[in-house]
Design a protein around this ligand. Structure first.
Ligand code: UFG
Length: 335
């Protein structure tokens, strides 16, 4: 049985990926510092799969703890989620983002190589493309200057990994996520709401639940059919499964280069208004909304060309937008 380290394994995407790893027969050890989640997620994962993952509460900023971890555990690969991800916060706290997302990455890679662990999956983001010139976005689209320290950490992270694959035996796949939404069908794990949601779906869900009064739609004057911005919303379980496919590719030496990049989205662009309407339809709940000014830094439209991931990873999405929205609502109700 292969053992995989999942950093940030108690977070939103991490926890769903741990479940899929266990369902696929991997043994999992999680590192998490609980900065944006709670320890109960460990029990909730266990109650879904019937297997308790090993867990170390480690902050990856503590280099010595990372060294000790790799002395204690022998792993066959690493899926690296641990990072901060709030765009606005990153503008306020750039040094925290560079330390928390970049220093930690270098510590993990260094210890992997020192301990002959060469399979690495990285959480990247479609943010590296900025506003792409052509849609849908392929992996060949040029990356654009980062608009926030958060985005910069994803671009830099990819570069650091690429350089390391050139100089060592490291093999890596960076998955460029589009917009992950939804929750596990059991409603035992999902995205934990902390503070006022910054992302669309959590805000929509909380508005429908009466926690927020009114959703602000950021701009209806974009050059899109209904004027609202377009994104590619992917069910988090589909996204989690892409990690298993990527990991198997590396473990079975099916990779075509030592550093590969794949878009992970649905391939379909959906507008903010379409999201609201679809949510209202599947849940029969009303979502109060008003249109306000555009949000600074937002792009008009981004959706993935997933041909490469479909072909090379043998992966495709299984869930619809409606499935994802329904699962988000079920998760909210369970809270
Ligand atoms: N939106 C609203 N109202 C809200 C929240 C969002 O209208 O209250 C709109 C946004 O303007 C955008 C769309 O809904 O058009 C999606 O916004 P999200 O904040 O949910 O997602 P983003 O596409 O802005 O951000 C996501 C990730 C980031 C990542 C970024 C770019 O959350 O981590 O994609 O890749 F950096």
């Amino acid at each position: 049985m292969k053992k995989i380290l999942v950093t940030g394994g108690l977070g939103y995407i991490g926890s769903h990926t741990v479940v899929e790893l266990q369902n696929s027969g991997f043994e999992v050890v999680i590192i998490d510092n609980l900065s944006n989640t709670t320890i109960e997620v460990l029990d909730n994962i266990t109650s879904i799969t019937g297997i308790k993952p090993q867990f170390e509460q480690i902050d990856l900023k503590n280099k010595e703890d990372v060294q000790l971890f790799f002395k204690k555990y022998t792993v066959d690969g690493v899926i690296h989620f641990a990072a901060s991800k709030a765009v606005g916060e990153s503008v306020e706290l750039p040094l925290f983002y560079y330390e928390n997302n970049i220093s930690t990455l270098t510590y993990v890679l260094k210890e992997m190589i020192a301990n002959n662990v060469y399979n690495f999956i990285f959480s990247s983001s479609c943010t590296v493309y900025g506003q792409a010139d052509e849609l849908p976005i392929t992996e060949n689209a040029p990356t654009k200057p980062a608009k926030s320290p958060y985005a910069a950490t994803k671009k830099m992270g990819e570069l650091i990994i690429e350089d390391t694959t050139k100089a060592t035996e490291l093999k890596s796949i960076a998955l460029r996520y589009f917009n992950p939404i939804g929750a596990h069908k059991t409603a035992k794990i999902g995205e934990l709401p902390i503070g006022v949601p910054q992302n669309l779906i959590p805000y929509v869900v909380q508005t429908a639940a009466g926690i927020r009064e009114c959703l602000s739609i950021f701009g209806d004057d974009y050059p899109t059919p209904d004027g609202t911005a377009i994104r590619d919303y992917i069910h988090v379980v589909d996204l989690a499964k892409a990690h298993i496919a990527a990991l198997n590719r590396l473990i079975h030496n099916q990779n075509k280069a030592n550093c590969e990049f794949f878009n992970i989205g649905t391939g379909t662009g959906i507008s903010v208004l379409e999201v609201v309407k679809a949510f209202e339809k599947v849940t029969e709940k009303k979502v109060n909304f008003k249109v306000v000014d555009r949000r600074a830094g937002d792009i008009t439209a981004a959706y993935a060309d997933t041909t490469l991931a479909n072909k090379e990873l043998g992966w495709k999405t299984e869930f619809t937008l409606e499935d994802a929205l329904r699962s988000s609502w079920k998760w909210q109700e369970s809270l």
